[in-house]
Design a protein around this ligand. Structure first.
Ligand code: EPZ
Length: 420
């Protein structure tokens, strides 16, 4: 199994180009199922999750040509509507094919995603919304079996809680439904916005993009014709590199960033003592020798993202004082805490709160990655720690960070991928 050997204690310098956003690309790849024409996607991140979803399209009968950052997809030949366990168990975002498959083909089976390292992550709100649109759904043999013999109908959906994937599934389902769907309490994440814009640019009337109330007028079964879609920059990858600079007291430049999308992490880093220069889509971070502690609460966009919680906790481990971090979105997203403590951090947990007492130094150790963002927090800790850290189970990192060790090496980090 691959692991990363990192010699910590070195400053970073230079610049890094941010890749396309995994979490924008995944629903957009699923949305190509709404079309029976050629679709071109550009600026895809070169990560395992993207390859997994493209493989699923191929298994369903889609024609996919994929070359690192570009995919040419044609879903005219779809001859199966079953998303099998083998794929869904590798990546729960495969549930995003449920809405598009059901609305275009009127029936589908999607393996029920199981538990997850960061929480229970049910899909009840996805299913309830589709039922409101007329779907008949049963869970049998570990699969969600859904049918809508006369097609889905527009409906008034109000999510009890903001859900990114739920909003995306319903937007896609509504695009080919019969009539108008209104989604209240919709997610505002930039990834949801890009999906809506792609569907709008294919001719679907969508009002309220970027707000919590979306209105979508469906095409009544007529497949869409998409324009080429260039995936937005990955705000979580960008935030992770900003944290890499902060934890190593370095100045680096990030290229191809959408600054609007990372306002909340930037504001936190400013309070921790970092300063920034912004020029078009480039941002340079200047990090102080002494990082101030922070107080943060994860919440939905435009609030502080849960996908940045672990990385900020890594930075807080070396701050001058006590930081308080509250995780409000997922019930089990603190798996990195015990591993950061193995590096000498001093973190205490109580329910959804973590108290991080800043320490003078971290020291290298063997640590184990548990999920994607927890893994990146361990890499950050390792960059700051004295001596060698081996980060194991990095298949989590490979799912969502494009060439992490290559990009960090270019910034001057001493990081090598090794095999056991
Ligand atoms: C998306 O997951 C992201 N994944 C996650 O990123 C991210 O952490 C999350 O949104 C929150 O921002 C993708 O975009 C592929 P949710 P998603 O539905 O859509 C609960 C990463 O590291 N909920 O907004 O699955 C749920 O349990 C990943 O890149 C229900 O209770 O998240 C959670 O507590 C990890 N019932 C909350 O809502 C439902 O039916 C928000 O989840 C759906 C969700």
């Amino acid at each position: 199994m691959d692991y990363l050997e990192i010699e910590g204690g070195h400053k970073l310098k230079g610049s890094v180009t941010i890749s396309g956003a995994k979490n924008a690309a995944l629903p957009i790849i699923a949305a190509t199922l709404l079309s029976d024409k050629d679709v071109k996607l550009t600026n895809l991140p070169n990560v395992v999750d993207i390859r997994t979803l493209l493989k699923l399209l191929t298994m369903l009968g889609g024609d996919v040509k994929h070359n690192d950052t570009v995919a040419d997809i044609n879903n005219a030949g779809i001859n199966s509507t079953k998303a099998v366990y083998e794929i869904v168990s590798q990546m729960r975002a495969s549930i995003l094919v449920l809405g598009p498959l059901l609305t275009r083909f009127k029936h589908c089976e999607v393996s029920l995603p199981g538990g997850c390292a960061i929480g229970q992550r049910p899909i009840d709100m996805h299913l309830k919304a589709l039922e409101q649109m007329g779907a008949i759904i049963e869970i049998k043999g570990g699969y969600v079996r859904a049918e809508a013999p006369n097609g889905l109908m527009g409906a008034k959906i109000e999510f009890d809680k903001i859900t990114v994937g739920g909003t995306e599934n319903v937007v896609m389902a509504a695009a080919l439904a019969n009539g108008t769907t209104t989604i209240m309490n919709a997610a505002l994440e930039p990834e949801v916005v890009q999906l809506c814009e792609m569907i709008r640019d294919a001719g679907v009337d969508i009002q309220g993009i970027g707000t919590s109330e979306l209105t979508i007028v469906g095409t009544n079964g007529v497949p869409l014709e998409f324009k080429t879609t260039d995936i937005i920059p990955d705000r979580i990858e960008a935030g992770t590199y900003l944290c890499a600079a902060a934890i190593t007291h370095s100045d680096i430049t990030l290229k191809k960033v959408n600054i609007e999308h990372i306002k909340s992490p930037i504001a936190k880093l400013e309070k921790m003592g970092c300063t920034f220069d912004v020029e078009n889509d480039n941002i340079t971070i200047h990090s102080p020798e002494v990082i101030k502690p922070t107080h943060l609460i994860t919440t939905e966009y435009p609030g502080f993202p849960t996908d940045m919680q672990a990385q900020f906790m890594a930075v807080a481990t070396i701050a001058d004082g006590e930081s308080i971090i509250e995780e409000r979105l997922f019930e089990n997203r603190f798996m990195h805490v015990s591993e950061l403590n193995r590096l000498g951090a001093d973190i205490w947990l109580k329910g959804s709160l973590a108290a991080v007492h800043g320490v003078k130094e971290l020291n290298g150790a063997d640590v184990m990655a548990t999920d994607l963002r927890a893994s990146s927090a361990l890499v950050l800790g390792a960059l700051a720690a004295n001596g060698i850290t081996n980060v194991r189970r990095i298949y989590h990192l490979d799912r969502g960070y494009d060439n992490l060790e290559g990009k960090l090496s270019l910034l001057g980090a001493k990081i090598t991928r090794k095999k056991d």
